[in-house]
Design a protein around this ligand. Structure first.
Ligand SMILES: Cc1cc2nc3c(=O)[nH]c(=O)nc-3n(C[C@H](O)[C@H](O)[C@H](O)COP(=O)(O)OP(=O)(O)OC[C@H]3O[C@@H](n4cnc5c(N)ncnc54)[C@H](O)[C@@H]3O)c2cc1C
Length: 391
């Protein structure tokens, strides 16, 4: 088999890249180790920046997102038992975010790829990448019981944090920056109306909580929990009781509970591997960087990486290497700003026992400053709605 761009991974980064390349007339094949059902069953992100919405529109997959997605013009910060609204629209000249689940984004991209007759090889085993530092790159794997090879001009490593692409780069060529947080997020998805029409981020002495949603009838709630905790340790009743304790009285009273459709714990980590290009291999999305989910940046960064990679590859086929030569540097400029924001928001909203009473006082002072100062609120708002693709 031969193609122009072999994409490893059919998550949001890989699928969106494939759709953007198709628009540019560039052929791609996606190789994914899981089944389509498995990919669609993963419950992950749900807040899209305008940049991501624009890229999905550009790729031709925005129709359902515009019909079913929820436009949010702000969030609420809760501390000392009271909520304070950060008004994105007023603070950023009308910008908003769209609440539309990663699962739905993935479903739309999969349907688009299928309708366009583009090749995605699911359940590929023993995927390996070769020759990306030479003139002849290729991908090898086992599929349908036979050994296969795809020869290509470029390999796009969109295979997530645990993928094979970053792991195939010689260690001395990579610089890794990492921070692992001493807690995780216990998440519950339930078929219940959201407690509020906007997201509520709560700083509470018992730990952080987030009230989020996927639709007007489906809610997603999170609790800060110890990193070593297990979802099986939490009955639904225990989860709802703990969430109520961390909310303000009005939200605690109106919270509608129900059986969990999904319950899982996600660890929190900040991670960047530099650079993002090695000859004919490009890394994009979680393959190159991870953010804690507090700022809702993970999926958005995956989209913005491929939003820069697709035109860079189109530029290459039109005769210029400028785009692919500057890809890593341009992406990393944006990534580090999102890393900073996610780290800052995580540090502000979570309980860090090791910082003690002084740390809590600092958080409290910063929260009061944040909700009382237009300058501080604006800084939060403009980062949350998303910085421009290139700045
Ligand atoms: C549990 C969890 C919860 C999250 N919650 C949030 C959230 O609330 N908000 C937020 O903003 N972000 C969240 N994120 C982050 C967000 O979901 C990711 O940033 C986003 O999925 C990145 O997309 P991606 O395509 O780069 O990687 P992924 O979605 O990880 O996709 C990578 C794909 O590559 C495939 N793959 C892996 N290895 C191989 C291989 N060797 N060969 C072939 N295919 C391979 C995988 O099966 C997968 O389909 C969460 C992440 C996790 C793990």
């Amino acid at each position: 088999m031969r193609t122009q761009v072999a994409i490893i991974g059919a998550g949001p980064a890989g699928l969106l890249l494939g759709a953007l390349l198709q628009r540019a007339g560039i052929a791609s094949v996606i190789v994914e180790q899981r089944s389509p059902e498995y990919v669609l069953a993963r419950i992950r992100a749900g807040v899209l920046e305008q940049t991501t919405v624009d890229l999905l529109d550009q790729a031709g997959v925005g129709r359902r997102m515009h019909t079913e997605g929820l436009l949010h013009g702000g969030i609420e910060l809760c501390f000392d038992g009271a909520r304070h609204r950060i008004d994105f629209k007023a603070l950023t000249g009308g910008k908003q975010v769209t609440v539309y689940g990663q699962t739905e984004v993935t479903r739309d991209l999969m349907a688009h790829r299928h309708a366009a007759g583009l090749t995605t090889l699911y359940e590929a085993e023993q995927v390996s990448v070769h020759g990306f530092d030479t003139a002849t790159a290729c991908v090898r794997f086992r599929h349908d019981g036979t050994e296969q090879q795809i020869d290509c001009d470029f390999i796009a490593g969109c295979d997530g944090f645990h993928g094979v692409c970053r792991a195939s780069v010689p260690a001395p060529a990579l610089t890794v920056y990492e921070r692992i947080y001493p807690f995780g997020w216990l998440g519950v998805l339930s078929e219940t109306p959201p407690v509020s029409h906007e997201l509520i981020y709560t700083n509470h002495p018992r730990g952080f909580s987030l009230c989020s949603m996927r639709s007007p009838t489906r809610s997603r709630y999170y609790l800060q929990c110890p990193a070593e905790d297990r979802a099986e340790n939490w009955s639904d009743d225990a989860f709802w009781a703990e969430l109520r304790r961390r909310l303000d009285p009005a939200a605690a009273q109106t919270l509608v509970t129900g059986p969990s459709l999904e319950k899982s714990i996600a660890p929190l980590r900040s991670f960047v591997a530099e650079p993002m290009r090695f000859g004919r291999l490009f890394l994009a999305g979680d393959a190159a960087h991870i953010v804690p989910p507090t700022g809702a940046k993970g999926l958005n960064l995956a989209a913005s990486d491929v939003g820069m990679l697709a035109p860079a590859l189109a530029e290459f086929y039109a005769g210029s290497t400028h785009g692919i030569d500057s890809y890593s540097q341009r992406c990393l400029r944006r990534i580090w700003k999102a890393e900073r924001f996610s780290w800052w928001f995580t540090s502000l909203m979570h309980n860090f026992p090791e910082t003690g009473a002084f740390g809590q006082k600092m958080q409290h002072a910063e929260l009061e400053y944040l909700v009382g100062s237009a300058a501080a609120s604006t800084a939060l708002a403009e980062n949350y709605v998303g910085l421009p693709l290139e700045q």
